[in-house]
Unconditional design. Structure first.
Length: 304
């Protein structure tokens, strides 16, 4: 935005805010006095006999109105509200937010920090720590993974043992801290519609589902050409094949992140997928993530 445009809108707001107060003052002054004799009908009649008399506004009402007007003037002097003018107190939403965050960290930070040096696996068995972790999860994670952590379409179930990047406590912590960016490429251009159908049949056969055997056999050859680099020759995915950081799912367990219907599987192969887990390191900090990771780890390892 140019300086001219910025100044224009600043003065525009000043004119509306300041002009409104001036107009209100003139209106009040004009209605605080009467012209002519007091108590004389003005000629306005409602419901046959309800007349408007030439009386001034009640003094108590005028005083209250003047109080609100002077309050508005004082507010606009102290706080921002007149265009680019920042007010004598130099208040801003950002400074107020930072002040609240600083106060919250000072008050609650020690509660989180005391768990920071504890081993994640040990911490996952601490009931008090898990209560804190559960509250953090409901606040920051439930919108995607659900309040019960069982996930939804495109968002993993955190209560089973099906992990894209690894279910070890440290790996879960890394995932929360740094986030993950999935990248399943689109294969329709390379395979064609028929090839997508063949690979889809083979992929479904890996989890023991009934498929067209002829199409599956043709799909197996194409799978070996295009898919094994990520999913492995056995289709068990990058995690079980010890390929770190890849995130390719296991195709043999009949657990599907985006849905396991033939149509959805074909769509995934044809169009690809690009799921993203946002990083929470800067937002939550290491201490909160430590507790959160321990809680998430406990969800699928409660018997340990």
């Amino acid at each position: 935005m140019s300086d001219f445009t910025s100044q224009f809108w600043s003065w525009y707001i000043i004119a509306i805010a300041g002009g409104g107060i001036i107009w209100l003052f003139i209106l009040l002054r004009g209605n605080s006095k009467t012209t002519g004799k007091v108590g004389v009908p003005t000629g306005h009649v409602w419901d046959d006999n309800l007349e408007e008399l030439n009386n001034p506004l009640p003094r108590w009402w005028l005083i209250l109105f003047y109080i609100t007007m002077f309050f508005a003037i004082g507010y606009l002097i102290l706080y921002p509200g007149m265009g680019s003018y920042k007010g004598l107190l130099n208040w801003s939403e950002t400074s107020a937010y930072n002040s609240e965050i600083k106060a919250a960290k000072a008050q609650y930070g020690p509660l989180f920090d005391k768990y920071l040096k504890e081993n994640l696996v040990v911490l996952s068995k601490d009931k008090k720590a898990n209560k804190i972790g559960e509250r953090l999860f409901v606040t920051y994670c439930a919108v995607c993974h659900g309040s019960d952590a069982r996930g939804a379409r495109g968002f993993p179930n955190l209560r089973d043992h099906d992990w894209l990047y690894g279910g070890e406590a440290k790996t879960i912590q890394t995932t929360i801290l740094n986030g993950r960016q999935a990248a399943m490429p689109a294969w329709e251009g390379a395979l064609g519609k028929e090839g997508v159908n063949q690979v889809a049949n083979y992929v479904m056969s890996l989890s023991g589902r009934k498929v067209n055997e002829k199409l599956a056999a043709q799909g197996k050859k194409k799978f070996a050409m295009y898919c094994v680099a990520c999913h492995g020759s056995n289709g068990k995915g990058s995690y079980l094949n010890h390929i770190p950081g890849m995130g390719a799912p296991n195709l043999t367990d009949n657990i599907w992140l985006y849905g396991g219907s033939p149509r959805t599987i074909k769509q995934t192969i044809a169009k690809g997928r690009n799921g993203k887990m946002p990083a929470h390191k800067d937002f939550l900090g290491k201490a909160k993530v430590h507790l959160l990771a321990a809680y998430v780890y406990s969800l699928s390892n409660s018997s340990q």
